[in-house]
Design a protein around this ligand. Structure first.
Ligand SMILES: Cc1cc2nc3c(=O)[nH]c(=O)nc-3n(C[C@H](O)[C@H](O)[C@H](O)COP(=O)(O)OP(=O)(O)OC[C@H]3O[C@@H](n4cnc5c(N)ncnc54)[C@H](O)[C@@H]3O)c2cc1C
Length: 415
């Protein structure tokens, strides 16, 4: 038997892949970040806006099979820029800017292409290297500084790897002269559960897994792994946040310094249920400092079942969760033109939301992973392995994690 700590998507998926040879321990509620809550007919994804997409068609299909009934969309995402909605991603949306601004961006982009440049060493340099100064300063820098809450020079290039695609030069040129194009095409089509919000995916996986609603408080390393002084396992897959591990496992104090140095950002998610119509868009990025949230999503445009008839469900994500009030959020909505009558407002806070890839990240995480694997503890998941994983990556990796676990003894004994 294998012990899986954490019943978020990572833990549930490994539990599923281990086909009856595992017990998943969950401390609070199944689903982790994939939780949804219904209030007066409005359904909110409390861990922020989650859409289902993948470059890998097989993985995508597997996820959708678990969702059951779903809605398919062509993305309608925008950036709120100088009082107007610019199509996302910004470099593809330039076509909607005034001619003078398009010219400035195009001139800068072309000059940047012709310039001899040094290889970038951090995220800010990479943005300038690939997109030029104009796109960087108008959107990429303010938006990313808002979400990362630090200078982009502190973020390593490892974060970019495969996540932020280089814009095809043709796209920027076309957009600059006024032709509409599409970017980030791997996410252009996305899927969403027809009902129940994103939690539907986690819930349906959980139905096929042995989940125990019990927090793991203590892990002891004897010839077996002993959990909560009660259960014995051969191996353990750890998907809860690494920060909690030293308090459960005394040996982990040896790697406490490295764990402490792993950085992440927290968020607050504010759900707002409103009467009447909202813009026919999926989500909007907000780089402005005077608006408290960095993104709002219109969940009732993901699925009509997310709100009562004639109403709409909105969530706002805030990367500075310590410094805002719900009134600030409503004020921000008014600034972008959403003045509907509000029926419901509720806030959820997540200490662990975005993994930060600073320059020390690789060294620290490698030491932590090596230490744990040598002790038959496999770190996995967004904060169990401290990796910026989306759901499809979690889904895919769960197969190799389960495979790595599945040798040898499969018996769990009650002490
Ligand atoms: C704002 C935001 C938006 C996102 N949008 C998307 C998107 O659109 N598409 C996409 O594919 N991905 C998206 N993601 C990523 C997605 O949320 C993650 O890939 C996925 O939820 C990670 O699951 P996990 O199981 O690794 O972690 P978590 O969901 O954090 O699960 C960890 C679990 O461990 C449990 N736990 C903690 N301590 C203990 C303990 N002592 N004992 C037992 N259990 C414990 C927790 O209660 C929790 O349930 C987004 C993430 C964020 C933050």
């Amino acid at each position: 038997m294998i012990c899986v700590v954490g019943g978020g998507l990572a833990g549930l998926r490994v539990g599923y892949e281990l086909k009856g040879n595992s017990v998943v321990f969950e401390a609070t509620k199944i689903g982790g970040l994939l939780r949804s809550e219904e209030i007066d007919g409005f359904t909110f994804d409390t861990g922020g806006s989650h859409i289902i997409f993948s470059k890998d068609h097989e993985i995508l299909q597997e996820m959708l099979n678990f969702v059951g009934d779903y809605v398919e969309h062509r993305r309608r995402a925008f950036i709120f820029y100088k009082g107007r909605l610019v199509k996302y991603p910004f470099e593809n949306g330039i076509f909607s800017l005034p001619a003078q601004e398009r010219f400035e961006i195009l001139k800068d982009f072309v000059e940047n292409l012709l310039k001899k440049k040094e290889e970038p060493k951090n995220l800010l340099e990479w943005f300038r290297y690939v997109f030029g100064n104009a796109i960087t300063e108008k959107y990429l820098r303010p938006y990313n500084e808002k979400i990362w809450k630090r200078s982009l020079e502190e973020i390593s290039l490892e974060w970019v790897g495969g996540r932020v695609p280089n814009p095809p030069i043709d796209d920027v040129l076309r957009a600059s002269v006024g032709i509409e194009t599409e970017g980030y095409t791997h996410q252009l089509r996305f899927f969403y559960p027809l009902s129940g919000g994103i939690e539907t995916l986690a819930k349906n996986v959980a139905k096929k897994v042995d989940v125990r609603m019990e927090a793991v408080r203590k892990i002891e390393l004897e010839d077996k792994i002993v959990v909560n002084g009660e259960y014995e396992f051969k191996k353990l897959v750890y998907t809860a946040p690494l920060k909690f591990l030293p308090s459960m496992l005394k040996e982990a104090r040896e790697i406490e310094e490295e764990i402490k140095k792993l950085e992440c950002n927290s968020i607050a998610v504010v759900g707002i249920g409103v009467k009447g119509k909202v813009p026919n868009v999926h989500w909007i990025y907000i780089p402005q400092e005077d608006i408290v949230f960095h993104r709002i999503a219109f969940l009732s445009n993901y699925s009509p079942n997310m709100a009562p008839k004639g109403c709409a469900t909105i969530i706002a994500e805030i990367s500075n969760p310590e410094k805002f009030s719900e009134d600030d959020v409503l004020e921000g909505l008014r600034k972008i033109g959403i003045e509907n009558e509000v029926e419901v407002v509720k806030t959820w806070r997540w200490e662990h939301a975005y993994v930060v890839y600073d320059h020390e990240y690789r060294k620290n995480i490698e030491r932590v992973k090596k230490f744990l694997i040598q002790r038959n503890i496999i770190p996995f998941g967004r904060f169990g392995a401290w990796e910026y994983l989306n759901m499809d990556a979690v889904w895919k990796k769960a197969k190799s994690v389960a495979y790595a676990c599945s040798d040898g003894d499969t018996e769990q004994r009650q002490r």
